[in-house]
Design a protein around this ligand. Structure first.
Ligand code: GUN
Length: 297
């Protein structure tokens, strides 16, 4: 079997970052600091259970101390705010991750605004969102766009002056991704277009892209005729599609019609094995950084 050479191996790049993070954690431990990360999960969303489980296991592998609080679906906003307040005050906890999505009766924006900016390893607090916008690299960048950025950098994809098209304008991926890549900074300085449900002739925008980042959550949306030959294609999507042949009854697919796009793309992320592992890698990295910052002499 020949190995396609245009794949961006997210697992391998994530491993590289994990090695760097583990070294950082060991250094902290040598000076008596045990980096700690608290997970909060509300309700029994099956995908959130899987994600938090994966993050817990990776934390353990890298030497992070973790604590997971699982609250019932009916938990009130006030109760959740109270827990966040306690974690903000807990010196063992350097990073706090409240897993999204939260139940509908809870105002997620209010919860994320309550996480102390210095412990906000998700980068969802308005202080960190503002820092990212302003190009202040002091803050935390949300893990998925930070992971995509690292993938591009470590794969040697030219970003400066590139035409980047982002599909999706969500607060977790699309908006922060755009903010990262428009900065007047090294490995940024791109021309960024953000497309969304009200965009006219979305395919025409896509065809101009040197870097196409799909993050809108529609299975197989990006077709071959939307991609400029030689473009870099990053698939952030995680979509469940029914699959009677699978034991679970479904399988996970991305936003890109991979089989048809891969042959003409310059570089492309597989899915799974592309962006997913990078999101976890950046969370671990952010947590080690939060601990280092909180305990710096
Ligand atoms: N749900 C999907 N992605 C994320 C993420 O990056 N952080 C949190 N907290 N929840 C999520």
């Amino acid at each position: 079997m020949t190995t396609p050479t245009n794949l961006i191996d997210g697992r391998a790049i994530a491993e590289e970052i994990h090695r760097e993070t583990a070294a950082g954690v060991a250094e902290l431990q040598q000076r008596g600091v045990q980096p700690g990360l608290a997970f909060v999960r509300v309700g029994e969303d099956p995908a959130s259970q899987v994600y938090v489980g994966m993050k817990e296991r990776m934390s353990a592998r890298l030497g992070l101390w973790t604590e997971t609080r699982v609250l019932p679906e009916q938990t009130s906003e006030a109760e959740l705010l109270e827990l966040v307040g306690r974690l903000n005050a807990d010196p063992r906890v350097h990073g706090i991750l409240v897993q999204a999505p939260l139940p509908r009766h809870i105002n997620a924006a209010k919860i994320y605004a309550a996480v102390a900016p210095a412990k906000d390893v998700d980068g969802f607090n308005p202080v960190n969102v503002g820092k990212l916008m302003l190009g202040d690299t002091d803050g935390f960048v949300p893990c998925t766009p930070a992971g995509v950025h690292e993938l591009l950098i470590r794969s040697g994809v030219p970003i400066e002056s590139a035409e980047v098209v982002i599909l999706g304008r969500g607060n977790i991926v699309g908006k922060p991704m755009a903010a990262l890549l428009i900065q007047k900074a090294r490995h940024a300085n791109a021309t960024v277009t953000v497309c969304h449900s009200a965009t006219r002739d979305l395919a025409a925008h896509c065809r101009r892209a040197d870097i196409l980042i799909a993050a809108m959550g529609v299975a197989g949306f990006v077709k071959a005729d939307m991609v400029k030959p030689g473009a870099t294609v990053i698939d952030v999507g995680v979509n469940r599609v029914a699959d009677p042949a699978a034991k679970s009854g479904y399988r996970l697919v991305g936003d890109v019609d991979f089989a048809r796009v891969q042959p003409l793309a310059g570089r492309i992320t597989p899915n799974p094995g592309g962006v997913g592992p990078m999101t976890i890698a950046m969370l671990m990295h952010n947590t080690a950084r939060a601990a280092a910052h909180a305990t710096a002499g």
